[in-house]
Design a protein around this ligand. Structure first.
Ligand code: SF4
Length: 418
């Protein structure tokens, strides 16, 4: 297959050169990580856009989900959200639309100069009428259409097989299945008494993805929906499946990454991340959250940022934004802005804990600028300069800030130790 993995076996493709330049890597090392599946570069061959690298040797990346629902279907609003996400630091967008003109929405997003992901089963279920009636042919047809239209990575719930299905009976969970895609596949399997076609016909799926060099984002259909469900069997059975599939995809020359759990206690993040990494041969890991408490609706962006930072400490590579409206409503523009910023902060903390020199230099610079009481330089160093400026400038002072005013400790000590 004409894929990046296979190209890297013979030369260094331009996408790899670009990512190496952006990340300050040796191109040969980047190519080696592509071949061994520890780095992915989502770049559908049918579309040109800014490339990003996702993996252990790259900085942590942030994805933002947008998309219509049938209850709130306003494509213009979704485009505003997409722009707000990119302005505030998102590295990629996922279109999770389920309402209105799905193709029209996707085409608008594919015009943007960024990496785009989708979840084809959403559209397949819309076309089928309901998940119970979804047939394999339609699902594969929609997957091919998304690839042909230029989507760079697809969430595919291939690991939700009959073993996983059985584990839901053997070890029931409070929240059952909360992944929308996971629930669709379970409904399809239950009503038709069949194996998940993405599991049983995985080789055919790889052929489609390989044709367009689309990254398989092997979805966490069994992500726990509450803290207690993190200890139930289903997610671990799915991890094993994803480990097998990750190896098969790599053998076929198809890039893949792994999606990880949603709601899990803080102290369980480390071993979950390490387990997924070990089972999948250190495949890039894409996480929603993790959400480390269930009782802070309205502030789930902060909960997700805490979980995401800790996950990075153990090797997570790609964080999916959680917005303040998670569990409550479709996000508005202001929710996307807050959620994206929280995820960008978590990703930066992730870079620090993973030893990024660039991230450490930013920290060092901010310390020096704070010592110098150089406000302009502090704003320039901040992740969100205008936010910092507006807060500082609301109380004009004489070089310090209104927190301590004339009792500024920094100024006092600087006078003693210039
Ligand atoms: S006034 Fe207080 S908070 Fe403000 S810079 Fe000085 S020490 Fe820091």
């Amino acid at each position: 297959m004409d894929t990046l993995i296979n190209h890297c076996r013979h030369n260094i493709p331009p996408e790899v050169e670009n990512v190496a330049l952006l990340e300050g890597l040796d191109p040969g090392k980047a190519a080696e990580h592509i071949i061994t599946g520890r780095l992915v570069i989502p770049h559908n061959t049918r579309r040109k856009h800014k490339v990003i690298g996702i993996g252990d040797i790259c900085q942590v990346k942030v994805n933002v989900n947008i998309g219509t629902s049938n209850q709130l279907c306003d494509p213009a609003l979704e485009l505003q959200k997409a722009e707000a996400a990119l302005i505030n630091g998102a590295d990629s967008l996922m279109d999770l639309s389920t309402g209105g003109d799905l193709l029209g929405m996707r085409k608008e997003l594919l015009r943007l100069d960024t990496v785009i992901g989708t979840v084809p089963v959403y559209e397949a279920v819309r076309r089928a009428g309901n998940a119970a009636d979804l047939e394999a042919d339609l699902l594969f047809r929609v997957i091919r259409e998304h690839c042909n239209q230029g989507v760079d990575f697809l969430t595919l719930h291939c690991g939700v097989n009959t073993d996983v299905f059985q584990s839901l009976h053997e070890d029931p969970r409070t929240m059952g299945v909360v992944s929308r895609g996971g629930a669709f596949h379970v409904a399809m399997m239950a009503s038709q008494g069949i194996e998940n076609p993405l599991w049983s016909e995985f080789d055919y799926l790889l052929e489609i993805l390989g044709e367009y060099d689309v990254v398989a984002s092997l979805g966490d259909g069994m992500r726990p929906g509450c803290q207690d469900d993190a200890e139930r069997l289903a997610k671990s059975v799915e991890y094993l499946n994803l480990g097998r599939l990750a190896r098969r995809a790599l053998d076929a020359g198809v890039q893949r990454m792994i999606e990880g759990p949603g709601h899990i206690p803080l102290e369980q993040i480390g071993y979950n991340v390490r387990m997924i990494k070990e089972l999948t041969g250190d495949a890039p890991l894409y996480l929603l959250g993790p959400l480390v408490t269930d009782i802070a609706p309205g502030y789930d962006h902060l909960v997700g940022a805490i979980g995401g930072s800790v996950a990075c400490m153990y090797g997570a590579n790609f964080l999916c934004m959680v917005s303040p409206s998670e569990h409550l409503a479709l996000p508005r523009v202001e929710d996307i802005i807050e959620g994206t910023r929280a995820s960008v902060i978590a990703a930066h903390i992730g870079d620090l804990v993973q030893g990024s020199r660039k991230a450490k230099m930013q920290e060092l610079l901010m310390g020096e600028m704070r010592h110098n009481l150089d406000w302009e330089a502090q704003f320039a160093t901040a992740l969100f300069p205008e936010v910092a400026r507006v807060i500082h400038d609301r109380d004009p002072g004489d070089g310090t800030c209104s927190m301590c005013g004339d009792l500024c400790a920094v100024k006092m000590i600087r006078d003693i130790f210039p």
